[in-house]
Design a protein around this ligand. Structure first.
Ligand code: ZN
Length: 171
C-alpha cells in the first residue's frame, strides 16, 4: 500500500479505481465475517446461499461480489457502506432480484434504508450539473482509501482473535 504523499501524485481516475479495489475487498470481508465468520465465504444478501467471496478460485462458477443496490454512477452511493453488500454473481445478473435486495437491505440496516438510498440517488440526479458538492476530490478519495484499508486491518485483527465485528463502525 502506497503512502499518503505518494497517492497525492496519482490522477483522480487512478485513485477512484484503487478506492474501488479496496472498498470491494472491505465489503466482501465485512459481509463474510458477519454472515459465516470465515474470511473467504459469504452468504449472499439476496438469496442467502453461501459462496466463496473472491473469484480467484476458478472451480467456482458463482462467487460473491460487492454489489450496489442503487446506481454506482452516483459517486456518493458508489462508496456508501449500506448501498454495497456481498451478493452472489447469480443474483447480480438477475435484475428482477432488485426488490429482494431492497427488502434484504431493510432487514440488515433497518426499515427505510432502501428508501433512504433511493432518495439520495434522486436528489443527486436532480442536482448534478448544478452543484459540485457531490464531487469527490483527490483528498476525499485518499482519505477513504486509507480509512477502508485501516478497517480491513482492524477486521483481520479481530478475526485472528476470534472476536465478532458486529459492534464496530463497519456499516
Ligand atoms: Zn444470491
Amino acid at each position: 500500500m502506497k503512502q499518503k504523499k505518494e497517492l497525492i501524485q496519482e490522477s483522480g481516475k487512478y485513485l477512484e479505481r484503487l478506492l474501488w479495489t479496496i472498498f470491494s475487498r472491505f465489503i466482501r470481508l465485512r459481509d463474510s465475517l458477519l454472515t459465516t465468520g470465515k474470511r473467504n465465504q459469504c452468504k449472499c444478501i439476496t438469496c442467502g446461499r453461501v459462496y466463496k467471496s473472491f473469484k480467484y478460485d476458478l472451480q467456482y462458477e458463482i462467487w460473491i461480489e460487492a454489489w450496489h443496490c442503487r446506481d454506482r454512477k452516483v459517486l456518493i452511493l458508489k462508496f456508501n457502506k449500506k448501498n454495497v453488500n456481498g451478493q452472489c454473481s447469480l443474483c447480480n445478473h438477475n435484475w428482477w432480484e432488485v426488490e429482494a435486495y431492497k427488502k434484504a437491505l431493510d432487514c440488515k440496516y433497518g426499515t427505510g434504508t432502501a428508501l433512504e438510498l433511493d432518495t439520495i440517488a434522486k436528489e443527486y440526479t436532480q442536482c448534478v450539473g448544478k452543484s459540485n458538492w457531490f464531487k469527490l476530490y483527490k483528498q476525499d478519495l485518499i482519505d477513504m482509501i486509507m480509512g477502508f484499508d485501516n478497517d480491513i486491518q482492524k477486521m483481520t485483527d479481530l478475526w485472528k482473535q476470534s472476536k465478532p465485528i458486529e459492534f464496530l463502525d463497519f456499516f
